[in-house]
Design a protein. Structure first.
Length: 200
């Protein structure tokens, strides 16, 4: 039984909007993505590590991108592991700190514990106004970490706290998230090409 015509059209329209956001991202964000990659490359060349944080879908993206850096972006370019940690995965700490202090502090506290000067915090927030992300960015800057923000149009308050801000030109959360994972893959690709040059 074929799908309903209206369902098919909704799917096509959604994918067209998603593709348009990525097209606009290519136009407006290529330079900031390149600068973000340079920030990460410098961190790794100086022996640092990368910390990721975000909420909801952005928490999942944090874990995804940390895994790409530790494990390797593609199988056809074997290379040593790169140090990367998603601050979204330690459920014992997250629940203890949220219960005892408040959820707005969960990333800030981990940055304080794990971050060192020269490391980089990658903060992912579609709105740029998540309280726990803002606190993490503020603490990272105080401790001498580099800061890279992935956000949506405008970047909210977080844009002013980031050394580099990649601001996807959309206000639709789902399309910002879809673009963020593409941006994250580009960051991983550029880091690998810079640190481990050679034919694929």
């Amino acid at each position: 039984m074929p799908p309903a015509a209206d369902s098919t059209e909704r799917i096509r329209a959604y994918l067209a909007r998603s593709a348009e956001v990525k097209r606009l991202t290519a136009t407006s964000c290529a330079e900031s993505i390149a600068r973000g990659a340079e920030l990460l490359v410098r961190c790794y060349r100086e022996g640092g590590k990368v910390l990721f944080c975000g909420n909801g879908g952005s928490a999942a993206d944090s874990q995804h991108l940390a895994a790409e850096l530790v494990n390797g972006w593609t199988r056809d370019r074997p290379r040593p592991a790169l140090a990367a940690v998603a601050l979204t995965t330690d459920t014992s700490f997250l629940t203890a700190n949220a219960n005892d202090v408040g959820f707005e502090h969960v990333f800030e506290r981990q940055v304080e514990a794990l971050g060192r000067p020269g490391d980089v915090l990658v903060a992912i927030s579609t709105s740029g106004d998540s309280a726990n992300v803002l606190r993490a960015l503020t603490r990272a800057r105080q401790l001498g970490l580099g800061t890279l923000l992935l956000s949506g149009a405008g970047g909210g308050t977080a844009a002013s706290l980031a050394d580099v801000a990649v601001l996807v030109p959309s206000t639709e959360t789902q399309h910002i998230q879809e673009a963020h994972i593409a941006v994250g893959h580009l960051l991983c690709m550029e880091v690998e090409r810079a640190l481990f040059p050679g034919p694929r």
